[in-house]
Write a new protein. Structure first.
Length: 136
């Protein structure tokens, strides 16, 4: 009788392990676009149910990849770099002669900076997956 229970428990444990029982992680990749254009230089951050944050900086072609995001519903925030002014006309917000340069990353609505207000979510599954994000 004890042997039979041990075999049943062992089989159940093996089935759970093979099925991916318990908390898992996913790797999410995709493209981030704002008004149809890649949002290069922005930061994409996924927040899991425990508020653990996993981020990536968006490449020139708009692609991003975050690895090791806990499975389940994730909230997403998007941040763009702030223009920084450097003394002496170094690269940044001011150019030669003190003229202001246009930021290379467009300003996006402030709501996207906050995971609670962005309206962006994704149900992360175990393994690799694609999630493209298009902002208006």
């Amino acid at each position: 009788m004890v042997r039979r229970r041990l075999m049943v428990c062992s089989a159940a444990l093996t089935a759970c392990l093979l099925a991916g029982c318990g908390a898992g992680v996913g790797d999410v990749s995709g493209e981030l676009k704002y008004r149809g254009n890649p949002l290069a230089g922005a930061t994409v951050t996924f927040y899991d149910a425990n508020n653990k944050a996993i981020s990536d900086v968006v490449a020139a072609d708009g692609k991003y990849a975050v690895k090791g995001v806990a499975t389940g519903m994730a909230k997403i925030a998007i941040a763009t770099p702030l223009p920084i002014q450097f003394p002496g006309g170094l690269s940044g917000a001011k150019g030669e002669g003190g003229a202001t340069q246009k930021s290379e990353v467009p300003a996006i609505p402030a709501k996207y900076n906050d995971r609670e207000q962005s309206g962006l979510t994704f149900d992360v599954k175990s393994g690799p997956q694609v999630h493209n994000i298009n902002l208006d």
